[in-house]
Ligand binder design. Structure first.
Ligand SMILES: [Zn+2]
Length: 255
């Protein structure tokens, strides 16, 4: 059993111009790689929306709800939220979580992880035991306007020690990003972002513990096979590998 913690869908967003058939195709392709569970979110139906309106967030989440209902044994949903919507973002979270199979929250780059705007969402996530998948990347070419670095996510984790935060993109964090989150035990990391690079997964396991590393592909932006290769080729014990591929997801998605 393998669980992919970081997958996107999107109506009319490449390569999803085929509508729901593309979701069926993703489920089938993942299964060919032994990936039986996928945690999906949508960043919008008309493109990857950095600062979506409330209607755009609802439409994106409706698509996820539809996909999760169609593949209840395979797909789990993460609800996309824009922290700039304040109370309405919490209401959208409640709406999504009323549905079976909705298990997490996705935050992207509407605002930085250091912005107090995210605090009500993190407080609710902690109270409900729902993990937050927070985008992060550390770039030498400069960040996008409200794009969080691993240090920003570490700060978020320190403000909300009871929340479980999965920081996206191990390869975007790199060695420095891993060390940034290392002292904050409630911040985990997914293995997505970039191509495989020898030693990085091992470095994460050494500094965070295998309990804080989860397999994520960021498909369809990346391919399942190449992303799985990062974990399968890493020098790990069987127990560490199993935690990364499934055990950690099972623990934190218990809801
Ligand atoms: Zn992603």
């Amino acid at each position: 059993m393998i669980c992919d913690i970081h997958v996107h869908i999107g109506r009319n967003v490449p390569p999803f111009v085929g509508g729901s058939d593309a979701v069926a195709d993703m489920v089938a392709r993942a299964r060919l790689h032994g990936i039986e569970r996928q945690c999906i979110s949508s960043l919008g139906n008309t493109g990857y929306l950095v600062n979506p309106t409330l209607d755009e967030v609802r439409e994106a989440n409706d698509h996820v709800l539809e996909a999760v209902a169609a593949y209840p044994d395979t797909l789990l949903g993460f609800c996309y939220l824009n922290p700039r919507h304040g109370e309405a973002a919490l209401a959208e979270l409640d709406r999504c979580l009323r549905h079976r199979g909705m298990v997490g929250i996705k935050l992207w780059i509407a605002c930085k992880a250091t912005d107090p705007l995210v605090d009500p969402i993190l407080e609710r996530a902690a109270a409900l035991g729902v993990p937050v998948l927070q985008h992060a990347w550390l770039k030498t070419v400069g960040q996008m306007e409200f794009e969080s670095t691993p240090a920003d996510v570490a700060a978020m984790g320190r403000r909300h020690p009871r929340a479980t935060i999965i920081m996206a993109h191990l390869m975007g964090a790199g060695y420095r990003g891993i060390l940034d989150i290392a002292p904050v035990p409630n911040v985990l990391i997914d293995t997505s972002g970039g191509d495989p690079e020898a030693g990085v997964v091992e470095f994460a396991v050494r500094h965070l513990g295998a309990e804080r590393v989860l397999f994520g592909s960021d498909a369809p932006g990346r391919s399942y096979g190449v992303q799985l290769g990062k974990v399968l080729a890493a020098q790990l014990t069987a127990a560490e590998r199993d935690l990364i591929l499934f055990g950690n997801a099972e623990r934190i998605l218990r809801r």
